[in-house]
Design a protein around this ligand. Structure first.
Ligand code: SAM
Ligand code: DTB
Ligand code: SF4
Length: 325
């Protein structure tokens, strides 16, 4: 067995560009080799998402159905009841999910919401599931409160390259995102951070986004790679569709630059063929969201995912198992 690829946070732009642009077969071979060194390639984690507060968001993210500034905005709902969250998590567990991710359409949580958020974390953890939340920017006290409630992961995406960021979001900066990520990591909560590809960015933006994640002080423990789901009446509704090969290259780059991180094949799977998803798993993706809705958008039906797993000989990671060697 070859020595495992080292974990590096000093990758250069030249190295990342050279990897991304390798002949496709060489790129896939390298990504898969790295993947097998750290993970069982036949195991994929099933995560489930729940929108705990939908719509009416003050931010102007150009891709999002939940921004109050986009024409597409969904009607705003209040934070849902703790008991409902726990009941939904229980159903997800019965369906085989081992990780539960709760998302809120907020710029940041209000202090009056914190007690309910803590109760949600505790309730879902008591079911024996891994917990994740994505609530926008957090201050130090909020980070400590969520950590003390037992939150395992915090999801906070950098979404794109620093250069392209202001084309997509103007109500916060790339640096604001990094600040929250640092606070979360320093408090000892695992970091989940990735982004979206297919937003009309250049190839170099995809490379720089992965490079920004891979050169953080510590790699995110998990890296969601979302393919843009175009939402009607948002500024990105009619953006040109990304070449699927470019998407697979982005997954492979994430795997090679961050060998030990879970790479999550996140939004956009309804528009991916089974073969494209298989290629993403080969390139190192080892987590998906299951269930027919993400936060607000569609996701493949669970039967379809199970059939794909069966055809590929993939098994779902068991609770408490992270698929690592
Ligand atoms: N409001 C919080 C925030 O933005 O940090 C959490 C929820 S937000 C919906 C979570 C992530 O979902 C975003 O960072 C983005 O990467 C992804 N996302 C949202 N809308 C998407 C879309 N239409 N297509 C692909 N990914 C999307
Ligand atoms: C992430 O990177 N992708 C998930 C999760 N983190 C919260 C969310 C995808 C949302 C897709 C659009 C929607 O459902 O509204
Ligand atoms: Fe709000 Fe998050 Fe949507 Fe941006 S991505 S508009 S912060 S819910």
């Amino acid at each position: 067995m070859l020595d495992a690829a080292p974990i590096r946070t000093d990758w250069t732009r030249e190295e990342a560009e050279a990897i991304y642009n390798k002949p496709f077969m060489d790129l896939l071979f390298q990504a898969h080799t790295v993947h097998r060194q750290y993970f069982d390639p036949n195991q994929v984690q099933k995560s489930k998402l729940l929108s705990i507060k939908t719509g009416g968001c003050a931010e102007d993210c150009a891709y999002c159905s939940q921004s109050a500034r986009n024409g597409a905005q969904l009607s705003a709902s209040k934070l849902i009841e703790v008991q409902r969250v726990i009941a939904e998590a229980k159903k997800a567990k019965e369906g085989g999910a081992t990780r539960y991710c709760m998302g809120a359409a907020w710029r940041s949580p209000k202090d009056r919401d914190m007690a309910a958020l803590e109760a949600m974390v505790q309730g879902v953890k008591d079911l024996g599931m891994e917990t994740c939340m994505t609530l926008g920017m957090l201050d130090e006290e909020q980070v400590f409160r969520l950590r003390d409630a037992g939150l395992d992961y915090y999801n906070h995406n950098i979404d794109t390259s620093e250069r392209y960021y202001s084309e997509i979001i103007t109500t916060r900066t790339f640096a604001d995102r990094i600040d929250t990520l640092n606070r979360v990591r320093e408090a000892g909560i695992k970091v989940c951070s990735g982004g979206i590809v297919g937003m009309g960015e250049k190839q170099l933006d995809r490379i720089d986004m992965m490079l920004a994640l891979a050169t953080l002080e510590v790699h995110p423990d998990s890296v969601p790679v979302n393919m843009l789901i175009p939402i009607a009446d948002t500024p990105l509704a009619n953006v040109e569709k990304l070449d699927p090969i470019e998407f697979v290259r982005s997954v492979a780059l994430a795997r090679i630059l961050m060998p030990k991180s879970h790479v999550r094949l996140s939004a956009g799977r309804t528009d991916m063929s089974d073969e494209m998803q298989a290629m993403c798993f080969f390139a190192g993706a080892n987590s998906i969201f299951v269930g027919d809705t993400l936060l607000t958008a569609d996701n493949p039906e669970e039967d379809k995912d199970q059939q794909l797993f069966d055809r590929l000989g993939i098994t779902a990671m068991a609770a408490g198992c992270d698929g690592s060697r």
